[in-house]
Design a protein around this ligand. Structure first.
Ligand code: 6CS
Length: 342
């Protein structure tokens, strides 16, 4: 065989090998479905798209992201994940708390620090977050991939709030977990659990007189238009969680499991950058857009009046979650002490 013929034959063989490999990759390449609870450009959307970017840049898989409303409410996307229709879901403990009672820990008021750097360090280092929570989620068929903070909780209402007395006779919307209702009852309000899709309309029609959420969401969802008095109560952070259907996750190759873990970590780092300064920016936009809006930052004395009602909520949490919840709370508090005593 001449040199030229050999070369042609080799080229032919490698073309076949390449085509075979590509076909094999195409067979192995999956399209994963991922739903979250927010709109374009919001924190959960940024996380989802960073996750997608990592997966698609580092494998042949693709990720299809569904935003709020495309597949229903928060509870709907969780059901779809549990039944395997979706592979990934981002749902905040505000809703997961009705499925996994221990996840309600984030609604014990004044448990979390207010300073963002401390909160982030807590999420990075906490044994409760990174070791205990994955086990609790696994008991419910979910592979917990990441918990992350979105922003400090701020109350919006039809009148400024400076004391628990100001909450009297006000129906305050809460996400649908029982402990958050306990918190607002302890604060002196009438808690009103509602799914997200009903909140704007209920404020607009005065069915409810207030709600709580991070500033970026109050701005992006236009909540300040119908609930113009903002109060910084320093009582907590909006936390969220990204997870996978566990049967799906367990069925992945080791390589794909690593890919998913790396993509979750990558998106987490991106989100930490993203939320830095986000609340201040959103507050600036609200002040510019809204003449009737007021901003109240409670002073230490005013905070104390709310804080003294926190122990009764902690008691309720223990009552609702038993020994497992107590153990989680102890670890959570120990982890918090570690990051706040630095
Ligand atoms: O209040 C809520 O229901 C919504 N708040 C935020 C910040 N994200 C999604 C959630 O559904």
């Amino acid at each position: 065989m001449s040199g030229a013929t050999k070369l042609k034959k080799l080229a032919g063989l490698s073309a076949i090998a390449f085509a075979t490999l590509t076909a094999a990759n195409a067979v192995n390449a999956a399209n994963w479905r991922y739903a979250h609870e927010e709109y374009e450009g919001d924190v959960q959307d940024v996380y989802a798209y960073k996750f997608k970017e990592y997966i698609e840049d580092n494998s042949d898989h693709t990720v299809q992201v569904y935003r709020f409303g495309e597949l229903g409410e928060s509870d709907d996307i969780m059901s779809q994940t549990l039944s395997g229709i979706l592979q990934f879901v981002n749902q905040s403990p505000g809703f997961t708390g009705s499925l996994i009672p221990e996840a309600q820990i984030f609604f014990i008021p004044y448990l979390m620090p207010t300073d963002m750097d401390t909160v982030i360090e807590f999420f990075r280092e906490s044994e409760a977050i990174n070791e205990m929570f994955p086990k609790l989620y696994a008991e419910h068929g979910l592979e917990l991939l990441q918990m992350y903070p979105e922003g400090e909780m701020v109350v919006t209402s039809n009148e400024p709030i400076t004391s628990p007395q100001d909450f009297k006779n006000k129906k305050i919307r809460v996400m649908t977990n029982p402990l958050l209702s306990e918190t607002y009852a302890a604060f002196g309000a009438t808690p009103t659990p509602l799914p997200w899709g009903e909140v704007y309309g209920a404020l607009q029609t005065n069915m409810i007189q207030g709600q709580e959420n991070p500033i970026f969401w109050i701005e992006s969802g236009g909540l300040y238009e119908v609930s113009p008095h903002l109060t910084f109560t320093s009582h907590g952070w909006f936390t969220t969680a990204m997870m996978a259907n566990q049967d799906f996750y367990n069925g992945l190759s080791d390589e794909d499991k690593k890919l998913v873990q790396n993509a979750s970590d990558y998106a987490f780092e991106q989100i930490i950058d993203h939320i830095d300064g986000l609340a201040e920016e959103a507050l600036g936009k609200i002040k510019e857009a809204c003449d009737k809006c007021t901003v109240t930052r409670l002073n230490e004395e005013q905070i104390a009046a709310f804080k003294e009602r926190a122990p009764q909520v902690k008691e309720k949490y223990i009552e609702m979650t038993g020994e497992d919840g107590k153990e989680l709370l102890n670890q959570f508090e120990e982890d918090l002490n570690e990051v706040t005593s630095d």
